[in-house]
Ligand binder design. Sequence first.
Ligand code: NAD
Ligand code: IPM
Ligand code: MN
Length: 358
Amino acid sequence: MTYQIVTLPGDGIGPEIVGEAVKVLEKIAIKYNHQFKFNEQLIGGIGIDEAGASLPEATIEACLKSDAILLGAVGGPKWDTTSNGDRPEKGLLKIRETLKLFANLRPAILYKQLKCASPLKEEVIGDNLDILIVRELTSGIYFGKHERVVMENKKATYAEDIEYYNVEEIERILKVGFDAAMKRGKKAVIVDKANVLATSKLWREVSEEVAKEFPEVEYSFMYVDNAAMQLVVNPMQFDVIITNNMFGDILSDEASMLTGSIGMLASASLGEGSLGLYEPSHGSAPDIAGQNKANPIATILSAAMMLRYSLGLNAEAYAIERAVECVLDQGYRTSDIMNEGMKLVGTREMGELICNAI
Ligand code: NAD
Ligand code: IPM
Ligand code: MN
């Protein structure tokens, strides 16, 4: 079969990590007799520099014609203030919104070889840590009204960001979360701030309704402040966490450290159809960009999610995941997951090792 894949390397370490994921996909293509047609497009800071927009029209057009999209990362200090107010992150939010990718799945899976790479005690992490964070991605405070009102009296100048959710938006993300729970450990924790926020209270009411459709799923609610604490005290209690856009952003970075590094956390952004956007959960890491230091595994595992969710290639996805495990078994580590006695490698070497293990 032939598949059209748009790649959006973006900024910072983006091109380095996407380059390795593409190599891995090319190896899969040979081994399983597929054709992946890669079409590289602009997004983020490089989009601003080369096409005058963080999300150029041509990028959206190409994405709409594709079977799946693989993104690296966007952003960097160079674009923190631009003359027209555009910035790399706006491109990322706009592509999620335009393609209606409302469900962001972020699996925090601990590879047993990396138990000692996490700063948490081994007995806290346990042996089979596997948490799925289901983050709402196209609404909430990210997409509510953002405003700054400048007053004559400087101290009265204010800014506001509105958290907004309607029932339909809550319902559809909860269904994705409950559905995922059904296929896993049948446990869901809905994380909110219902002791303060009106949106969270609505989430709770809608959850009670949606839960009726999934009687086998054991569900509960947890305040986000407690959830942040529970994740490091007793992460083993979690199976699926379902939460809003901003809480999901924050908790997924926190959860990544249970797996050893943010460089291990893959993600899939999905909508109603099969088109999805796959990207590591981390950013463009300007501090290590261009140094062959970035861990490409989160992007490579995101490519595996792409094969599974958008292209229906389960065996191929599994082959990538097993190859990652095999390379970790052999003791190879990028610097973010390095431990005594292990073999330090760079971005390219890690990508090549994973290709060879396929
Ligand atoms: P970041 O995730 O880029 O980096 C945080 C820390 O993690 C840094 O020390 C970095 O070196 C390290 N890190 C991240 N990815 C790594 C990898 N693959 N291997 C090894 N180490 C890795 O977050 P930040 O520094 O807060 O943000 C930098 C830029 O990235 C900002 O412009 C931000 O807006 C953007 N950002 C983009 C995305 C995205 O494109 N999806 C996500 C988060 C942040
Ligand atoms: C992420 C990032 C983005 C987000 C930023 C860059 C807009 O942090 O994908 O986690 O907050 O969603
Ligand atoms: Mn984030």
